[in-house]
Design a protein. Structure first.
Length: 147
């Protein structure tokens, strides 16, 4: 889930915004881009409920954390989307060739972050190990549950 979100928000989103609203048109997209943050914030509860079918301990953690967890999730998502918007602003005025160079550099940074998600530092690795102990099913079974 985190790997997919990393690739989508930190790479694809800014590129897509710049491509559908090149040059000065990018400014006209800002309002719609920001409104999506509100839509995503309203989806957090449903996503957590679905994820709790795979990892039941999430319900317990959710009750323990209360509303602060949603605030942190929404803040993090908004920050990531803000960086995607900054990327769109950098890309929108560039030529196709210059965009390609900038995208290649961005792709490297996002891939490096993805590698950190995939193979986290030791403390995070311990946390994910504990989470996996309580997870239900194999990866294909989890995907099927979430569909």
């Amino acid at each position: 889930l985190l790997l997919g979100m990393n690739a989508h928000i930190n790479l694809d989103l800014g590129i897509a915004a710049a491509r559908i609203a090149p040059g000065a048109e990018i400014d006209d997209l800002k309002g719609d881009f920001d409104r999506i943050n509100g839509v995503l914030a309203r989806l957090v509860g449903g996503v957590k409920e679905e994820l709790s079918t795979v990892w039941p301990a999430l319900r317990w953690l959710d009750r323990l954390a209360g509303a602060s967890e949603d605030v942190i999730i929404n803040f993090s998502m908004t920050r990531a989307r803000d960086r995607a918007w900054e990327c769109a602003l950098r890309l929108a005025p560039l030529s196709a060739k210059a965009q390609s160079r900038e995208i290649a550099a961005l792709d490297e940074r996002v891939a490096a972050f993805g590698r950190l998600i995939r193979k986290p530092l030791p403390v995070a690795r311990l946390v994910t190990f504990v989470i996996r102990l309580r997870e239900r099913g194999s990866v294909p079974e989890i995907i099927e549950l979430l569909e």
